[in-house]
Design a protein around this ligand. Structure first.
Ligand code: BG6
Length: 485
């Protein structure tokens, strides 16, 4: 097989809080993401308790997808997208999470986005929660740390699952749910904000709350899967995991063991619950080492068993190395830490580029679960230069994506069932970890700068035309020329 299976879902991915803007329009409430200021590489975003008049909050305007969605989706269609992954911002539907009646204007906005996709034959793939939740829930009871979050989420999920029945087929519950395994996930992923936390990279961490919060998300997700199937038996609901691939830095058994442990705990703790319906055998040790005693009821266990997902989806950007030498182990410089791999190059943001790792992890995941996979995030975030004539020669991005698509092709030949590929930030948007515009992923450039200036004008990068041809040939022609970029 040279190409990809018929009907392969080529597309792109975005998240509401990183692109929509319109943060206070048409009845929308404030989400946790919107309490974060701008940041930069090695300068973490600050988390504020109130909106500070002099601070810059890049998500408040995003790239103004709220007003540009027709133009943007038309450009996705021009590239030949078969699928567009986007998220619904919970606070457009239930501004604080506590309302009984949903906000019609919020529902209408997403219905318009969905209809616009369908007009071009683009399949929507919707994430219900992508690193945002009502900030009111964070203030009221520390977000997911509290069991009451489950009910509020299920109410929200039920509203949109019912409203968009017949128009949407694919859903994801929580974006990169395993981010909650890391202290960084406290506020970002779980809406947990302890006194003393000031920025996203140095959060006060209470593992008991974090792991309990994660458990509540598992229960909410499982209830949502079950409800989705009741509402529409054709709905397909997936989990979404940030796949963090670790290699042993050397063949020292200590390094090998550390890599095994990181791969297992970081990657499979969450997906085992969501795909298999119960906690993995290694979970009790994780709890013990974190001083955690989880409150898991018998009813919770039953819900988890009955709400397993239909497919597995994940992001994949890089791999890291594990070394039992603590000095080497913190050398990589990216947000995940780990040791530098001497065989790999890294991006300007220190993310090590490893296409082969994608084939490796796809095989591992498929071997473990045997259910279909969607690669719903992958891409190169870096600075782009606009030439005098307005063109953008992002050959480096083409190289990155081409090599990852080749790796996916090999995984397909290996026998892995892959349904689709939606590279991240198909249109430039605010970066998540750093909250900056300078780190761009798009096929489409957006004139929006880090200081908040810019016309919001959209333009096609070189990669736009390249990806269009990849899709048109169903992955057979990957444009082999070498882009020195
Ligand atoms: C994933 C997230 O972690 O990576 C996205 O799901 C995020 O929201 C993407 O934007 C890339 O990370 P960053 O920090 O470069 O935007």
């Amino acid at each position: 097989m040279n190409g990809f299976p018929e009907g392969f879902l080529w597309g792109g991915a975005t998240a509401a809080n990183q692109c929509e803007g319109g943060w206070d329009l048409d009845g929308k409430g404030v989400s946790c993401a919107e309490m974060c200021t701008n940041g930069a590489h090695k300068k973490p975003k600050r988390i504020t308790r109130t909106i500070e008049p002099d601070a810059l909050y890049p998500t408040h305007d995003g790239i103004d997808f709220y007003h540009h969605y027709k133009e943007d989706i038309a450009m996705f269609a021009e590239m030949g997208f078969k699928c567009y992954r986007f998220s619904i911002n919970w606070t457009r539907i239930y501004p604080t999470g506590f309302e009984e009646i949903p906000n019609e204007k919020g529902l209408q906005f997403y219905e318009n986005v969905i209809d616009e996709c369908l007009k071009y034959g683009i399949e929507p793939l919707i994430t219900l929660s992508h690193y945002e939740m009502p900030f009111a829930m964070c203030r009221e009871f520390n977000g997911w740390a509290d069991r009451r979050a489950i009910e509020l989420f299920v109410k929200y999920a039920g509203t949109v699952l019912r409203r968009f029945k017949g128009k949407v087929k694919y859903w994801l519950t929580f974006n990169e749910i395993n981010c909650g395994m890391l202290p960084m996930g406290n506020f970002m992923s779980l809406g947990i904000l302890h006194p003393g936390t000031e920025d996203i990279l140095h959060q006060v961490d209470v593992p008991q709350d974090r792991f309990q919060g994660l458990h509540h998300q598992f229960v909410a997700s499982a209830l949502t899967v079950r409800m989705a199937h009741e509402i529409d038996p054709d709905y397909k609901v997936g989990c979404m995991i940030a796949y963090m691939l670790s290699y042993p830095l050397t063949c020292d058994p200590g390094d090998v063991e550390l890599a095994r442990e990181r791969n297992t705990v970081n990657n499979y703790y969450c997906s085992d619950v969501m795909v298999r319906g119960s906690y993995p055998y290694f979970a009790p040790r994780v709890w013990k080492e974190n001083g955690v005693e989880l409150n898991i009821t018998d009813e919770d266990r039953e819900i988890l068993r009955a709400g397993t997902v239909d497919f597995y989806s994940h992001s994949y950007y890089m791999s890291i190395c594990a070394s039992c030498d603590p000095e080497k182990d913190k050398a990589s410089g990216n947000i995940l830490g780990g040791a530098r791999n001497p065989y790999l190059k890294a991006t300007a943001w220190d993310w090590q580029i490893d296409p082969m790792g994608l084939r490796i992890m796809l095989n591992e995941v498929y071997g473990r679960y045997g259910i279909p996979i969607m690669v719903v995030e992958n891409g190169l975030g870096t600075q782009d230069t606009v030439n005098e004539d307005g063109s953008i020669d992002d050959g480096y991005r083409i190289d990155y994506l081409r090599d990852h698509i080749k790796a996916m092709k090999e995984a397909l030949k290996d026998g892995v069932e892959i349904w689709g590929y939606t590279p991240w930030g198909c249109i430039d948007l605010v970066s998540n970890a750093d909250g900056e515009m300078a780190k761009r992923y798009g096929f489409i450039y957006v004139d929006k700068q880090d200081d908040g200036t810019g016309s919001y004008a959209r333009s096609r990068k070189k990669s736009f035309y390249w990806y269009k041809n990849v899709i048109a040939t169903n992955g057979r022609d990957l444009g082999e020329e070498v882009n020195a970029g």
